[in-house]
Design a protein around this ligand. Structure first.
Ligand code: F6P
Length: 454
């Protein structure tokens, strides 16, 4: 098996003595897939993202953390055009419905250069897969960064089987209008050249086939194969000394108060602003919660090469400061905002959350929703957006539903969660946990290997 993804499972840094040190990378894709691939013969091919990665790339396939990783040293300007301009400014926005019509990107001539860079990056991945894959191997292609890999690999290696998995939702046909028509067709044809395209939910698979139909592209077989959580891996993390000491610190800091928790990348689709606005409204309308509840927001910046992310991060920090100034007291800061990306602390907070807020405007899955439910030992209540892919698995299992655009509804859901009787919390937590852990990582892998025609 060969796995292709933009972000690799290990990021390398150079120590003061010049040696390379590998550290498990962040993000849903890596935490979902790394445990599956660890200890197997699979080669994981990814882009080199840092100087350390570029040095590691020169060594060919490197082994780290039980994984065989091959990093591709792509020319930085080409990589940045493909990643920032095409993947994250254009495709991400289209798949998550983040454009408002009057501001759709005005694609100048620069688009052609960026799109060519996207092609070049896909070509580099295709070449590496063609070289690395043993005969008759399966190539698992991950995400919207690599939509053009399949036709190139198929032409060179008809023996290989290709399955593309989208970690994101898929655009509605009208959202793909943000791309020039020829690019949209190339994108869809690139995906259609896989033996199968898999998604977290039936809903995203339907949106993809609707796009194919609207652009006259014959859709490949599709399947809904939501990424599971690896319970053993989570439990290992939770029982580590770092998590235990982070947990003890959280307990000391928030002793006697309830905790509403969110753990997210600072990302437009995650809808942090409306989440904090809902907490603000809760404190305004229900004074009984003042000084009784802390919103513990453990978030981390990403994609800072894209202007919208930088602006969004500043807007989020400003709103948090405003809310804390409005309601804070000498003994109580309403929102504990930490953008330090501390994994053990996030795990410890998910274990102890009284309420976990997951309110994205659109999200492929939201692994945090499943991880949070699996880790939680406080009968925490999950407040979940219907627009997260995880809603398909957890919506009927006891999550409290929110429309992510409805701030009033979100404030009411937070109140309902905080006031829920203990017996109901326990019952919902049990059914949620069963639903979140019903499928194993092995199930997901078998589904990928079996997807498409025999
Ligand atoms: O959810 C889509 C996704 O690309 C994941 O695959 C990844 O874990 C996350 O977004 C982070 O994205 P990036 O690699 O751009 O930081």
């Amino acid at each position: 098996m060969v796995l292709l993804s933009n972000r690799g499972p290990i990021s390398f840094t150079e120590g003061t003595d010049g040696t390379l040190e590998g550290r498990r990378g962040a993000g849903g894709l890596v935490s979902g897939l790394a445990p599956l691939v660890a200890g197997t013969d699979a080669v994981w091919i990814a882009a080199a993202l840092s100087d350390g990665d570029r040095r590691a790339a020169a060594g060919g396939v490197v082994e780290a953390d039980d994984l065989k990783v091959q990093l591709l040293d792509i020319e930085p300007a080409t990589f940045s055009l493909a990643y920032d301009d095409v993947c994250n400014s254009l495709l991400w926005f289209a798949h998550h419905g983040l454009f408002d019509a009057p501001r759709r990107p005005a694609l100048g001539r620069g688009f052609d250069t960026a799109w060519q860079a996207y092609r070049d990056v896909n070509r580099a991945f295709a070449r590496a897969a063609v070289t690395a894959a043993p005969e008759d191997a399966v190539v698992l292609v991950q995400d919207y960064h690599l939509c053009l890999v399949a036709p190139l690999v198929r032409a060179a290696r008809p023996d290989l089987r290709l399955v593309h998995f989208s970690h994101t939702p898929f655009a509605l046909p009208e959202w793909l209008l943000a791309l020039p028509d020829a690019a949209a067709v190339e994108l869809l044809e690139g995906l259609a050249a896989n033996h199968a395209c898999t998604f977290h939910t039936e809903r995203w698979a339907r949106d993809f086939t609707a796009c194919c139909a609207s652009y006259g592209v014959e859709a490949p077989p599709t399947a809904a194969t939501p990424l599971p959580v690896d319970v053993a891996d989570l439990e290992r993390a939770a029982s580590s000394p770092a998590c235990e000491s982070a947990g003890a610190e959280l307990e000391r800091t928030f002793a006697g108060r309830r905790m509403v928790v969110r753990v997210d990348r600072i990302e437009l689709s995650k809808n942090l602003l409306r989440g904090f606005a809902a907490f603000d409204l809760l404190l305004a309308e229900r004074p009984e919660w003042r000084e009784q509840v802390t919103f513990v927001a453990l978030v981390y910046p990403s994609r800072e090469g894209v202007d919208e992310y930088v602006e969004y991060r500043a807007d989020v920090a400003a709103l948090v400061a405003e809310i804390n100034a409005r309601w804070g007291t000498p003994d109580w800061t309403p929102i504990h905002y930490d953008d330090g990306d501390d994994f053990p602390r996030s795990v410890a907070a998910l274990q102890r959350a009284d309420v976990l807020l997951v309110n994205p405007v659109r999200d492929g899955l939201n692994l945090v929703a499943k991880e949070g439910v699996a880790l939680n030992t406080a009968d925490g209540v999950l407040v979940l957006s219907t627009e997260a892919g995880a809603w398909a698995e957890l919506g009927d299992a006891g999550a409290l539903r929110v429309n992510p655009f409805d701030v009033v509804g979100t404030a009411d859901a937070l109140h309902a969660a905080l006031s829920m009787p203990a017996a109901e919390r326990a019952a919902r937590a049990a059914t949620l946990r069963a639903a979140a852990t019903a499928r194993t990582p092995q199930d997901w892998l078998e589904e990928q290997l079996a997807a498409g025609p025999d």
